[in-house]
Design a protein around this ligand. Structure first.
Ligand code: SF4
Length: 337
């Protein structure tokens, strides 16, 4: 029996790669690298896409948490960053090293991915794919079944473990071939091509830059960037405001001693987390911004509840912030303000 480690992101390409290997009678063990840059699930408690894909395909799935490694790579990317904050080359090398370790531990024959030649500008150009393969210690042992016919034969093909003729020769960014194959093979549950990595999201990249400028962050600091709207006050104090009910529920998990909770009194609206200096000016600004995002708050002053973590609740009065103030303080690209 031929066995291979299949890197599974939960996206269409890696799902197709697994299905193709199964059609060639390869026993697949899935590997899902849980990146710090994965978006939070659309619904709380929803299974990650890779888990759903593995269940649908009937393959066992191993998951590795890459959060600490992801943070280290974005702070010191040996091969540089992409267009935004994405250290794709280092990230691929790190992930494929884990795949190689699993291949050795499972005595599998090779590793495969759903990579497509020329699909991503940073990490899926031919010379870069070769560099990644070398640095991951997988020369000759890394098969990219979707683009195999555009690449030199791997050991698995040379040794007849898989029939090269039955592999594919997809290249480029268009997804028509993949979508046609998905329809033919009955694969319907897959995400849109964008959206798998928050580092390519302009708003997230901006918030991350702002965070990194203040010193090395923790994984929890980065997780907080995924929630709500973020504002930076002139003294460096951070405000995070839920955009939706789900955001506010998520935000609840991030409060820690020293933080202050701000909510309008007697009217539904967002929760705001203040982290930094809880002086009167900052509390008033936080209250004003909180009211600014409540449609029904009206223009006049209102009472706002203020509660330090573990401390007593009190009320202050504020009027909604002017749009110009919100625009000045929010950490968002121009179009997202
Ligand atoms: S897009 Fe994100 S998860 Fe994918 S290789 Fe680049 S940094 Fe890593």
């Amino acid at each position: 029996m031929v066995t291979a480690i299949g890197c599974m992101s939960g996206g269409l390409d890696s799902t197709l790669a697994v299905r193709l290997m199964q059609r060639l009678d390869v026993e697949v063990i899935g590997l899902h690298i849980l990146h710090l840059w994965a978006p939070p699930p659309a619904e709380s408690g929803a299974k990650p896409r890779a888990v759903r894909a593995a269940e649908a395909l009937g393959v066992p799935l191993r998951t590795i948490d890459a959060a600490e490694a992801d943070l280290a790579l974005v702070l010191a990317p040996a091969h540089g960053l992409g267009k935004r904050m994405n250290p794709c080359i280092d990230c691929r090398i790190w992930s494929l090293r884990r795949a190689r370790e699993l291949m050795d531990a499972e005595r599998a024959d090779f590793v495969f991915t759903g990579e497509v030649l020329g699909q991503r500008p940073m990490s899926q150009r031919r010379p870069v794919m070769q560099l990644i393969e070398r640095e991951a210690g997988l020369v000759g042992r890394l098969l990219r079944p979707l683009s195999a016919k555009c690449l030199p034969p791997t050991q698995a093909e040379q040794q007849g473990l898989v029939d090269r003729e039955k592999l594919l020769g997809i290249r480029g960014r268009a997804r028509a071939v993949q979508m046609a194959l998905a329809a033919e093979w009955g694969i319907t549950d897959y995400p849109s091509p964008a959206g798998g990595c928050l580092l390519t999201d302009p708003g997230f990249a901006l918030r991350l830059r702002d965070l990194l400028a203040r010193g090395p962050p923790t994984v929890a600091d980065v997780e907080l960037l995924k929630v709500g709207r973020h504002f930076r006050l002139p003294d460096g104090t951070l405000l995070v405001m839920g955009r939706s009910e789900q955001d506010c529920l998520l935000l609840d998990r991030f409060f820690r001693p020293g933080d202050v909770r701000i909510e309008a009194e007697g009217i539904p609206g967002p929760t705001t987390l203040l982290r930094g200096a809880p002086g009167d000016d900052n509390l008033r600004t936080a209250a004003a911004l909180t009211l600014r995002y409540i449609t029904k708050a009206g223009p006049g002053p209102r009472r706002v509840l203020v509660q330090p973590v573990g401390g007593p609740k009190r009320t202050i009065t504020a009027a909604p912030a002017a749009d110009a103030d919100a625009r000045r303080l929010i950490i968002a690209p121009a179009e997202g303000k």
